[in-house]
Design a protein around this ligand. Structure first.
Ligand code: GDP
Ligand code: MN
Length: 376
């Protein structure tokens, strides 16, 4: 899960990384009051979990409280790359001399972290990395050794950052470890004309597998992001919202992943990932269908089950019970194969729901579900 900039900023501040004074609000009137408190002139920043806010008009300077109110109202009405702006952060403006880029990111393939740093940070860092990769230093970090002062010195030197950034680099590593993060990024880390180092923007991505020992960012943080993911999380489902129209339910992460690929290969787009796991109960099937059917983007649903330990007739019973609990509003294509498949198909045949159809192969089922999605 990604955190908002203001949440990342709070973590930085707690670890002693210098950040500008800032406050967060969803109200333009309150923005005016806050701007006054912050000294009059403020930078108004959209709080959305996507980069490139500056270029999208989501970061603007307001020179007095009245302008802060107007600017906040304008930014709060915006949609930045599909993310509605619900909150703005007002920050004390900073006199920037230079902008740096620093990040730690998990390198899964190598089984360690990577420090990425550049003396040419700011909104064009992607272009810098593409055009002049030598301007971006990449230093492996052994997770067991971490970032000591010596290591931080090595990173700063490789990237051409001033020595004052060494302390920030060490503390940024402490943020990562303390939060079980897989990414912490500061872009830009700036040196002000007065010679101070300040983190002006922050991105933190938490390791979802460590959520059990990180209670700080709870269900509300998730609910704020996507109501469907929040509903699925509340029911304990392995659900990820995607951008397409074909709802997908399957048993086993591998099968669901390959189902997503086959859907994409048929010229349709999957609306979600949902793994009901082995031994899925009728309740899990009903919960899964409820979440998927409540997604307005879904035009058809594909249930793809390969019975192993799970018997297909048990899954079919689950679907039938789910049909009693959930009002089916969209066509459902079911493919049952493997253990007790024929019995499972018989159960669904007997139920004879007008919106449920069966297919015997995964490809055939996906084609049908894609046709139905494109027709609906
Ligand atoms: P992003 O576009 O989503 O990465 O948003 P940032 O918070 O990084 O802001 C984009 C750019 O706005 C930064 O690279 C800075 O150049 C500029 N910016 C942000 N805050 C300030 C500030 O307090 N003072 C000045 N002068 N520029 C700022
Ligand atoms: Mn930035």
């Amino acid at each position: 899960m990604d955190l908002y900039e203001h949440e990342a900023r709070a973590l930085f501040e707690e670890r002693g990384i210098p950040v500008p004074r800032a406050e967060v609000t969803d109200s333009p009137q309150e923005a005016r009051v806050m701007a006054r408190r912050l000294g009059g002139s403020v930078v108004v920043k959209a709080q959305v979990k996507t980069g490139g806010r500056g270029k999208a008009g989501g970061v603007r300077l307001a020179t007095d409280p009245a302008e802060a109110e107007r600017t906040a109202r304008r930014i709060l009405g915006k949609d930045i790359k599909g993310h509605p702006v619900r909150k703005v952060m007002l920050a004390q403006p900073v006199d920037i001399e230079s902008e740096f880029y620093v990040a730690y990111v998990l390198d899964r393939a190598a089984g360690r972290f990577l420090a990425i740093a550049s003396a040419e940070g700011g909104t064009d860092i992607e272009e810098v990395a593409a055009v002049r990769p030598e301007a971006v230093a990449r230093i492996p970090v052994d997770p067991a050794e971490g970032v000591t002062s010596a290591k931080a010195g090595e990173i700063a030197e490789a990237a051409g950052l001033p020595p004052q950034t060494v302390d920030v680099l060490v503390r940024l590593w402490e943020v990562l470890v303390g939060q079980d993060a897989v990414l912490v990024e500061v872009n830009p880390l700036v040196r002000t004309r007065q010679g101070h180092i300040l983190a002006l923007d922050g991105k933190v991505t938490l390791d979802d597998n460590a959520r059990f020992r990180q209670s700080r960012w709870g269900a509300e943080t998730i609910a704020h992001d996507d109501p469907l993911e929040a509903a699925a999380a509340a029911k304990g489902l392995n659900y990820v919202k995607l951008d397409g129209e074909v709802g997908v339910i399957g048993n086993g992460a591998g099968l669901v992943m390959s189902t997503l690929d086959v859907v994409a290969g048929c010229g349709a787009r999957p609306a979600n990932f949902l793994d009901i796991g082995g031994g899925a109960s009728a309740q899990v099937m009903a919960d899964g269908l409820t979440v998927i059917l409540s997604d307005p983007a879904v035009k058809s649903v594909f249930v793809n089950v390969f019975g192993g330990i799970t018997a297909c007739d048990a899954v079919a019973d689950g679907i039938v019970r789910a049909l009693d609990e959930v009002r089916l509003t969209k066509p459902l294509v079911v493919r049952l194969d493997g253990n007790n498949a024929s019995r499972g198909r018989a159960v669904l045949d007997e139920r004879a729901h007008p919106l449920v159809q069966q297919a015997t192969t995964m490809d055939g089922a996906v084609r049908r579900a894609a046709e139905l999605a494109n027709a609906g």
